[in-house]
Design a protein around this ligand. Structure first.
Ligand code: PGA
Length: 343
């Protein structure tokens, strides 16, 4: 309970001392999560707390600060001006605590620590494998892996949500980020294995104008690359549907809903043959590359630095997997184009 001297002190009359006595790091962490995630429920989930606990922490913080921190707008909450100020300070305090954690784990020589990684959806098939090998070598490291599209990765990067990212081609004039080119990320045109174009060679892009094209959601790098390619060649695609995941697109192709462009990396499991095939279309594969990226102004932790070096060591393996997938698709096509051998 606040003593008389405390009770007389308020935030406004110079209360760093008052804040130190009455706020807790847990309250700040809760506020930070609500602002970042835009919801009490999601903050509760992320922090493994119950929703009443989250509400109670915020109520106590608001009472201490003597001002409301959130307002309800429709079904979501948004911070008040005061809430926003507190959020900015929280990020600094929590950021500096996590830097401290990183430094301490550096001192413990990678025996403990946390790696926060944000990757493009196209890298979702590769990143867990590299992480698996990394964690075998450094079993004390915990990993958080966020998988999302290009636009959201760029937002996470700007907000310093993760330490290291797998992105596409960064802007050349962006001198705030440090970039290391990583494995190739070819975009291939995919159809159901029984599609009539599968056996054709050198298909002009214009032939696809009459096909139902399935596109990723706005904000996706694949979507942008595909639309750019169609525009560059003056072909108007017939977009049948938009889907927010590469996996869903594969199912839609198998379901006969159309054709689509996907990263060859997301097709390694399907390359052994079966339901999907690659189309030999003008301009495909669209050759692109992943990059390992981090914020220059932020000291890279030993954990993240070690992971970066580890991923570079692992890169030939990723390339080999890609080449295998391409060769397997080619073999299946050849097999199907040959007339049946007499028994
Ligand atoms: P995305 O992936 O479509 O999920 O943004 C982008 C990429 O590989 O460029």
């Amino acid at each position: 309970m606040a003593d008389t001297k405390d009770a007389q002190a308020t935030v406004s009359d110079g209360g760093a001392e008052y804040l130190i006595r009455h706020t807790t790091l847990r309250q700040l962490q809760v506020l930070e999560a609500i602002c970042r995630l835009g919801s009490f429920t999601r903050a509760a989930e992320e922090l493994f707390l119950s929703q009443p606990t989250v509400s109670m922490q915020i109520k106590k913080l608001a009472d201490t600060l003597g001002t409301p921190l959130f307002r309800q707008t429709g079904r979501s909450v948004e911070p008040t001006d005061a809430g926003r100020q507190v959020y900015a300070s929280c990020r600094e305090i929590l950021g500096s605590l996590s830097n401290l954690d990183v430094k301490l784990s550096d001192l413990k020589q990678l025996r403990r620590g946390r790696l926060r990684l944000g990757v493009l959806t196209t890298a979702a098939s590769v990143a867990p494998e590299i992480l698996g090998a990394f964690c075998l070598r450094y079993p004390g490291i915990d990993v958080s892996l966020q998988v999302t599209n290009r636009e959201h990765i760029a937002e996470r990067l700007r907000a310093h949500d993760d330490e290291l990212y797998v992105t596409g081609q960064p802007r050349e004039d962006d001198d705030e980020i440090e970039t290391t080119p990583f494995a190739p990320n070819p975009l291939v045109m995919v159809a159901r294995a029984d599609h009539p174009l599968v056996q054709e060679r050198d298909i002009p892009l214009a032939r696809l104008a009459g096909e139902n094209l399935i596109l990723r959601e706005p904000g996706s790098g694949i979507r942008d690359a595909v639309l750019k390619h169609f525009t560059a060649l003056g072909v108007q695609p017939q977009v049948r549907m938009e889907l927010g995941s590469n996996e869903a697109i594969k199912h839609a192709i198998v379901g006969g809903l159309g054709i689509s462009a996907l990263s060859l990396h997301s097709l390694t499991l399907e390359s052994a043959g079966g339901q999907l095939a690659l189309l030999d279309v003008e301009g495909f594969p669209i050759m692109r590359r992943w990059h390992l990226v981090y914020w220059r102004g932020r000291e890279l932790s030993l954990v993240a630095r070690t992971f970066l070096d580890f991923a570079m060591e692992y890169e030939p393996e990723v390339r080999a997997r890609l080449a295998e997938a391409q060769a397997a698709f080619d073999r299946t096509r050849l097999k199907h184009s040959r007339p049946e051998e007499p028994a």
